[in-house]
Design a protein. Structure first.
Ligand SMILES: C[C@@](O)(CCOP(=O)(O)O)CC(=O)O
Ligand code: SF4
Length: 365
């Protein structure tokens, strides 16, 4: 940890109350990661709340997903090692909705770039975008080096963004993705009139996926101190639509629709069940969310199941080995998923808003 502090230029450490560990999927960390975790599992005990990012499969229904036995064995060993050290089995990228909610001003050490940007921006907690190893060291020591987004001077807005129009959730993803591409290290002010939980999540996820945006402000909505930004830009609807084209490599004829990047909130699942009501899927639909919501979804899911969609827990479309399940073309509404599905999983991607997806890939009952 001392060496880590000197690399990042930190002079001091912050005492932390929580970590969020990414790098849980066997598809991402492989044999090397599995071995490393099993080697340290009996030697390390976590001192603070430690939640976990999605794993490479639904930890209960993995056989239904078509996950090979060998993959499942490796994944279960990773999960066991993390739990032995004291991690909480949340397996979600929205841990702030599943029991790990930092307070305003609190320093934490979190992985998962979308969650880091969400808690910095929406809650006013403080974290840098950390790698898995560092979050494990922080969990074992209870400290993290104090630099970057832990410090006031790095949380000051430097770019005022004026979108021409935001008509649906996809536009929020595209707006932040556009800013992350062109201003990857900025602290933007998004001048938007409203932002639901889903929209706040989309802004957090997309700006960190195309760039390294760890924090944004929204006047009247996010709690951090605002000041005038040095630079100001307009983002037109045309900018958003041409970005959608760039992120899409096909148009119609998908193998699989994947929704839930980041993991869907309860409100989004409710909204989806209403959109699906009275319709039937004509392709495979997979939905990803946190295991913690499972009992609550019991009463909502009949509409989703009748539609023909499947809900998976503990995992997501990016960290499960979709390409090994014979899938080649996927459709999503998340710009972050679009990027990682093509770059990490090597899949063809179609990016559409949720209503367009339902219209294109389902029919009235
Ligand atoms: C792409 C991502 O959301 C999930 C995959 O990362 P990991 O395997 O959990 O480290 C991680 C991130 O954006 O920080
Ligand atoms: S759903 Fe998206 S944000 Fe969540 S872990 Fe998967 S890639 Fe990351």
């Amino acid at each position: 940890m001392e060496r880590e502090a000197s690399i990042s230029g930190a002079q001091r450490f912050a005492r932390i109350k929580s970590v969020h560990i990414s790098g849980v999927s066997y598809a991402t960390i492989g044999e090397a990661g599995r071995e490393w975790l099993s080697g340290i599992a009996s030697k390390i005990r976590f001192k603070v709340t430690a939640t976990t990012n999605p794993a490479g499969m639904d930890l209960i229904s993995w056989r239904d997903m078509g996950i090979p036995e060998g993959f499942a064995r490796g994944q279960i060993e990773i999960v066991d090692s993390l739990i032995e050290m004291g991690a909480l089995p949340t397996f979600t990228c929205t841990p702030y909705l599943s029991g790990n909610l930092p307070a305003y001003g609190e320093s934490v050490c979190w992985g998962e770039s979308s969650a880091v940007a969400f808690i910095n921006s929406v809650i006013g907690a403080r974290s840098n975008r950390e790698g898995a190893t560092k979050t494990i060291v922080a969990a074992a020591t209870g400290y993290t080096p104090l630099y970057g987004k832990h410090l006031d001077e790095n949380r000051v807005p430097d770019l005022a963004v004026y979108p021409e129009s935001l008509e649906n959730l996809l536009h929020y993803y595209l707006l932040a993705y556009h800013i992350g591409l062109h201003y990857p290290d900025s602290v933007p002010i998004y001048n938007v009139k409203r932002a639901s939980l889903a929209e706040l999540k989309a802004l957090a996820a997309a700006g960190a996926a195309s760039g390294s945006i760890e924090m944004y402000h929204i006047p009247g909505i996010t709690p951090n101190k605002l000041s005038d930004a040095a630079k100001s830009i307009q983002v037109t609807k045309r900018d958003l639509l041409s970005l959608r084209e760039e992120l899409s490599s096909f148009d119609g004829g998908t193998d699989l629709v994947v929704l839930g990047c980041p993991h869907l909130s309860l409100q989004e699942i409710k909204g989806l069940s209403d959109l699906m009501n009275g319709r039937k899927a004509i392709v495979k639909f997979w939905i990803f969310t946190a295991r913690a919501f499972m009992p609550l979804i019991e009463r909502l899911k009949w509409k989703i199941e009748r539609f023909g969609a499947r809900i998976w827990y503990d995992t997501c479309m990016v960290v499960s080995p979709l390409e090994e399940l014979g899938i080649k073309r996927v459709t999503t509404n998340s710009a972050k998923a679009a990027k990682y599905l093509s770059s990490l999983r090597g899949l063809e991607v179609e990016l559409l808003d949720i209503k367009e997806i339902i219209e294109r890939y389902s029919a009235p009952e």
